[in-house]
Ligand binder design. Structure first.
Ligand code: A2P
Length: 288
């Protein structure tokens, strides 16, 4: 086992009847915190009643920075975070890395239920259904916390209405880092509300392909290498990736995004955007 297997149980709290008056601009209240490993945690916030977003989008969230040494003034310290919850959820969920000396996450990792977080209610992003042309098979490629936007999209009924098959790949260094995604996939497969909403058997469309690179697991290796060698296609029983059938979203670290982009272009796929839907879209996962 590795050193990062401890999972702290989350503590959901009932929403208080009389909400506390926010002391920060655009403040939202933390309702749940779950520590997955010593490098990863997720948390849930109250959702502003006016916030509408498309599954896969991100918002800027953060905390007040330290006071300026001379003026004493404080500025908000904000970073882009993909919303991991679906658009129908009453609350907002986020999935984050903990960087020991990262300006924001070194502090954010210590948040507790009842704390306040700044959330700018202006969602944007390219990992949205609108940026893709209709297709048959949707590939969702992630490394590390790049899984977050897919946690939203995989709970969105449109994902299953638009595609015959959805393949989620998640590459992490160690097995413990797969836990958030693995648990979510399991929950989705057993979700009676989604089954009712989308139709019995919707979960049969969902394929999950986790891989690790630095710790033994049933599937080892970077997804890029597994695609290049054809091993991933063989494992999944699909003929390959082609622009008339396949659509894809990419979300991970910069090197991964660039490598996968080149691979998909090699298969003949073209990058899309909100203003011009195409075959695949890409977004960098948040790193502090
Ligand atoms: P590796 O362990 O071989 O570097 P990180 O935590 O550094 O963001 O990495 C998350 C995962 O992404 C790791 O498993 C890492 O593999 C993998 N990774 C890093 N760079 C690339 C890349 N260019 N292509 C594919 N996978 C990558």
């Amino acid at each position: 086992m590795n050193e990062i297997t401890q999972v702290t149980q989350s503590t959901p709290v009932p929403t208080p009847a009389g909400k506390a008056v926010p002391t920060l601009p655009d403040a939202q209240t933390v309702t749940q915190v779950t520590h997955w490993t010593d490098r990863l945690f997720s948390f849930r916030l109250t959702r502003p009643a006016s916030l509408r977003f498309r599954s896969g989008e991100f918002v800027m969230i953060g905390l007040m920075g330290d006071p300026h040494p001379e003026t004493g003034k404080q500025k908000p310290l904000l970073r882009a975070y993909s919303i991991a919850s679906p658009s129908w959820d009453d609350e907002l969920e986020f999935y984050s890395i903990k960087v020991p000396d990262g300006p924001l996450t070194s502090r954010l990792q210590h948040i507790q239920v009842g704390d306040e977080i700044i959330l700018r209610p202006k969602p944007v992003g390219t990992l949205v259904h609108d940026a893709l042309l209709p297709g048959k098979r949707l590939w969702l490629f992630a490394t590390g916390t790049g899984f977050a936007p897919y946690a939203s999209l995989l709970r969105d009924p449109q994902t299953y209405e638009d595609y015959d098959e959805i393949i989620v790949t998640h590459t992490c260094r160690e097995v413990g880092e797969l836990a958030y995604g693995a648990q979510l996939i399991e929950q989705i497969r057993n979700d009676e509300m989604l089954a009712e909403l989308i139709g019995e058997g919707f979960a049969d469309k969902l394929r999950y392909y986790p891989t690790t690179t630095r710790e033994d697991s049933p599937k080892m290796g970077r997804i890029t290498d597994l695609l290049r060698s054809g091993e991933a296609f063989e494992d999944l029983g699909v003929p390959g990736i082609a622009p008339d059938v396949d659509r894809a979203m990419i979300c991970g670290n910069l090197a991964f995004n660039l490598e996968l982009k080149a691979l998909l272009e090699g298969f003949g796929l073209i990058e899309g955007a909100n203003s011009k839907p195409q075959h695949y879209v890409v977004e960098k996962a948040f790193l502090d």
